[in-house]
Ligand binder design. Structure first.
Ligand SMILES: NC(=O)c1ccc[n+]([C@@H]2O[C@H](COP(=O)([O-])OP(=O)(O)OC[C@H]3O[C@@H](n4cnc5c(N)ncnc54)[C@H](OP(=O)(O)O)[C@@H]3O)[C@@H](O)[C@H]2O)c1
Length: 251
């Protein structure tokens, strides 16, 4: 039976995979949670919004005749990944996660590692400074207990409601970001501290490199633990997992 893929998206890697699947004329669609107003346009059909937990995803997989799922969500999207695991098991659909290794501290990095968002909030209980808070919109309210800082927030969409900080500046932009751009941004805003999830990959790495170059401390939030699962680290590995013959493209 020809594969019929569901890609769980929201990352640069998911978009790259869809591009390649389209080139290879493999049948695929991508799913987004619907967190951003304008998702990056994709070469394959897309659907938007939650499935309704594990049961909803099982129904979707069965109704659409999905044969393979690629979990290419962000490493911090732990609930979606756990749901995908459970639903694919129940629906007997093959699943692989397209993942990227976490960033590793290098010479010159001044990282303070914390286990989760709560750890980052606790670590910000310090004298006022100018903080680049790169944790995504969903977690901003968690940081309200430290109003002494001036925050720089970079968001995909202009925030609609009030932000939980008396002093903050919002930059609306979407990755991938460049090192030169992030160096300039941090200098312009006099940033003294960066808070980041350990996302890994290239799309969001520029701020980490920029912080190293500027000698800035980084509060680095470790990834949530996930069940061990089949993983691919590149688009080519996903194609091999599908049993797709890519030899004539020289990969
Ligand atoms: N967390 C981050 O830092 C981060 C950063 C960049 C991009 N993203 C992307 O943003 C999306 C949401 O991330 P999250 O951390 O909020 O996820 P999450 O906490 O793991 O998921 C919460 C719920 O959102 C829905 N959902 C998540 N990803 C979905 C997808 N690709 N397609 C359809 N429904 C999805 C599911 O709802 P139902 O239970 O109703 O199915 C899921 O149970 C993901 O696609 C992720 O790749 C996340």
């Amino acid at each position: 039976m020809a594969p019929n893929l569901l890609i769980l998206g929201g990352t640069t890697e998911a978009t790259a995979l869809c591009r390649r699947l389209d080139e290879e004329e493999l049948r695929a669609r991508i799913s987004f949670a619907g967190r951003v107003e304008r998702p990056v346009s994709q070469p394959v059909p897309q659907r938007v919004g939650g499935f309704g937990g594990v049961a909803g995803l099982v129904d979707y997989l069965n109704a659409e005749g999905i044969t393979h799922v690629v979990d290419a969500t962000h490493p911090f999207a732990a609930r979606m990944s756990a749901n995908a695991e459970a639903a694919c098991f129940e629906a007997r659909v093959r699943l692989i996660a397209l993942t990227r290794p976490p960033w590793q501290a290098q010479a010159g990095d001044k990282w303070e590692r914390v286990p989760d968002i709560a750890g980052a909030v606790a670590a910000l209980d310090r004298p006022a400074t100018r903080v680049m808070l790169a944790v995504g919109r969903m977690h901003l309210d968690d940081f309200a207990p430290n109003p002494q800082h001036t925050y720089l927030l970079r968001m995909v969409d202009q925030p609609k409601g009030a932000l939980p900080f008396p002093n903050c500046h919002v930059v609306v932009d979407r990755g991938p970001f460049s090192e030169a751009g992030d160096l300039a941004l941090m200098r312009d805003h006099g940033i003294g501290l960066v808070v980041s999830k350990n996302a890994g990959g290239t799309g969001a790495a520029a701020k980490i490199v920029a912080a190293r170059k500027l000698g800035l401390p980084v509060i680095m939030i470790d990834r949530p633990a996930l069940q061990s699962r089949a993983e691919a680290h590149s688009v080519v590995e996903v194609l091999r997992w599908l049993g797709h013959d890519d030899t004539d493209r020289g990969v």
